[in-house]
Write a protein that binds this ligand. Sequence first.
Ligand SMILES: [Zn+2]
Length: 78
Amino acid sequence: MPDHEFPDDLGDGPNDGLDVRRVQPYEATKAYRCPGCNQEIPAGLGHMVVVPRRTPDDRRHWHTACWERAERTGVRPQ
Ligand SMILES: [Zn+2]
């Protein structure tokens, strides 16, 4: 299943033109690299996926803690 079809269960609406979704552990079937820490997010680990509304192909997968830190600090590496 393409990961942009995950239901949006955060319900917090627009976020700087980003769709931020929580990926449940059972949905994480592939490993990704987190742009927040440049470390791997292993398959089976719940994390966040951040999808720009205008360029959805540029979605990024983040560790939940890394995304929360980026949200707090306003630093969002591409
Ligand atoms: Zn990370």
